[in-house]
Design a protein around this ligand. Structure first.
Ligand code: C5P
Length: 239
């Protein structure tokens, strides 16, 4: 496997902003600190690859969170393009099947001359609770069983890890091994609003539950002092 070198554990800040201007103004508050960041659909669709190049040039590691889910050939070709952006982590939906995940990996590895980003699979979104999964998706098994089964599929396809809730990290590690990474959103500092997230934990709880990377959006981006909120997440999760 020819993958990028990343820390084993880190706090990833979700840059859920609509424009490059707001994003860069937000990042400039951090000065010489260069948090690992996540760029999602909103910012990427608005600003395209230019925002990736700009943030890379400023020295940040990037998780490009586009959650690909399509027929295997389309996903493979799209991953070839994403590999060319020199990001550090990308993802796709495990519900796209093992064949689709294998195709995603082949796309990333098509240019064998350079290191590929890590690739992780989304199991169930942390905004989906068990009742909604039963009712809307017609999946009638317990949520943790579904997450573990999807993680095993990602592992079979050769992926590096999964996106899941910290509440599921231990089960995923048990099923897929300690080196299989868990990237966990649904994080809130104590006292912050949950918003649309259903299954939330604090950074300290995520650490205790065995998460490898926590993804934190609004608890940092909407804080009165985002740098202080980031430092608190780092202290709780890595300290
Ligand atoms: O603001 P908040 O901390 O809820 O942001 C979480 C981030 O993680 C968002 O960018 C969201 O798209 C992403 N995410 C998630 N649940 C997943 C996968 C990604 O919340 N299962």
């Amino acid at each position: 496997m020819n993958t990028n070198t990343l820390p084993n554990k880190d706090v990833i800040v979700a840059l859920d902003f609509p424009t490059a201007e707001q994003t860069l103004a937000f990042l400039s508050q951090f000065g010489e600190r260069k948090p690992f960041v996540k760029i999602g659909m909103e910012l990427f669709y608005a600003e395209g690859p230019a925002i990736i190049r700009e943030i890379k040039a400023r020295g940040h590691k990037i998780f490009l969170d586009l959650k690909l889910h399509d027929i295997p050939h389309t996903v493979e070709m799209a991953m070839r393009v994403l590999a060319g952006l020199n990001v550090d982590m990308v993802n796709c939906h495990a519900s796209g099947t093992i064949t689709m995940m294998e195709a995603a990996l082949s796309g990333l590895e098509a240019d064998g001359s350079k290191k590929r980003p890590l690739i992780i699979a989304v199991t169930q979104l942390t905004s989906t609770d068990e009742e909604r999964m039963h009712r809307d998706l017609l999946i009638d098994r317990p949520l943790d069983e579904v997450v573990t089964a999807y993680a095993k599929n990602a592992c079979k396809a050769g992926l590096d890890g999964v996106v899941c809730s910290p509440l599921e990290a231990a089960k995923v590690h048990e099923a897929c091994g300690g080196a299989f990474i868990t990237v966990t959103p649904g994080i809130r500092l104590a006292g912050d609003a949950k918003g649309d997230q259903k299954r939330v934990t604090t950074p300290a709880d995520a650490k205790a539950l065995g998460s490898d990377f926590i993804v934190v959006g609004r608890s940092i981006t909407a804080a009165a002092d985002p740098v202080a909120a980031y430092n608190r997440c780092v202290e709780e999760f890595l300290g």
